[in-house]
Ligand binder design. Structure first.
Ligand code: ADP
Ligand code: MG
Length: 241
């Protein structure tokens, strides 16, 4: 059985899709067979980020409506596959999603669901019980508070979650623009799984640019993917993130 991850946040625009795409690329570089599922119905974007938008004909709604899983699964590169989101809203139902998620879990080493902002417990409940939720937040007080609320609600409803801090900037942190990472962890009681720096290269993902493994953000995403596979990888010194 593969490992299933669900990417969430309270606020939009915190980098869920960027982190989802980046993590998928990192896992696939580690030799894992990865399925990325774009859950942002109406606001589909991962096909663009991963450079396959021209190929897309069918999407998640077709699988949920009875088509074979492979009919709407697109090969991005080697062992990385994508199921695009429906272009219209209201087409993802919890019951069919549960069947799809179970099947996907059996076919892939890693399945990543990129959810839209906000919480949808009816859809979350249809994912396999082992699903780990990854809440994405910026390092500032406003989004951390928001992530704390999301993670609290996830915990209250029996879901396991971890925090990914995205768009960390050492210069801003030195100028005390954010609280330090230890204070964030202490206050929010969130379990941090990794920190992704602000990166121009990662930003270029949204125009379909390929990622280079030397970029700091890719190194950070690779560390996160290894931790998610159970490896003990220390956080580098803040300056090196
Ligand atoms: N670590 C990062 N460094 C630089 N830009 C980023 C980073 N993460 C996300 N972005 C940019 O922020 C914007 C929103 O990201 P996106 O992944 O679409 O957010 P969400 O899925 O949470 O709405 C995009 O323009 C993306 O390129
Ligand atoms: Mg998104």
């Amino acid at each position: 059985m593969g490992k299933v991850f669900a990417i969430t946040s309270g606020k939009g625009g915190v980098g869920k899709s960027t982190v989802s795409a980046g993590l998928s690329l990192a896992f696939s570089s580690l030799g894992k067979k990865v399925l990325l599922v774009d859950m942002d119905e109406g606001l589909r974007c991962l096909d663009l980020m991963l450079g396959i938008s021209n190929e897309v004909v069918l999407d998640l709604s077709d699988i949920l409506g009875g088509r074979d899983i492979n009919d709407a699964t697109y090969n991005v590169k080697e062992n990385l596959f994508l199921v695009p989101a429906p272009l219209k809203t209201g087409l993802i139902d919890a019951f069919s999603l549960a069947n799809f998620a179970n099947q996907a879990e059996g076919m892939y080493d890693i399945v990543i669901f990129d959810f839209p902002a906000g919480i949808d417990f009816s859809l979350y409940s249809s994912l396999p019980e082992s699903t780990l939720f990854l809440t994405v937040a910026f390092p500032d007080s406003v989004t951390i508070r928001d992530a704390t609320v999301v993670s609290g609600l996830l915990a209250e409803n029996g879901f396991k979650s971890r925090l990914i801090i995205n768009r960390f900037d050492y210069k801003l942190s030195k100028r005390k623009y954010y609280k330090d990472i230890d204070a964030i962890i202490d206050e929010s009681q969130l379990q941090l799984i990794g920190i992704v720096p602000t990166s121009e290269k990662l930003q270029l993902l949204s125009v379909g640019q390929n990622l280079k493994s030397k970029d700091k953000s890719i190194k950070a995403l690779t560390r996160i993917s290894k931790r998610l596979m159970g490896e003990h990888i220390l956080l580098p010194k803040i300056k090196k993130i």
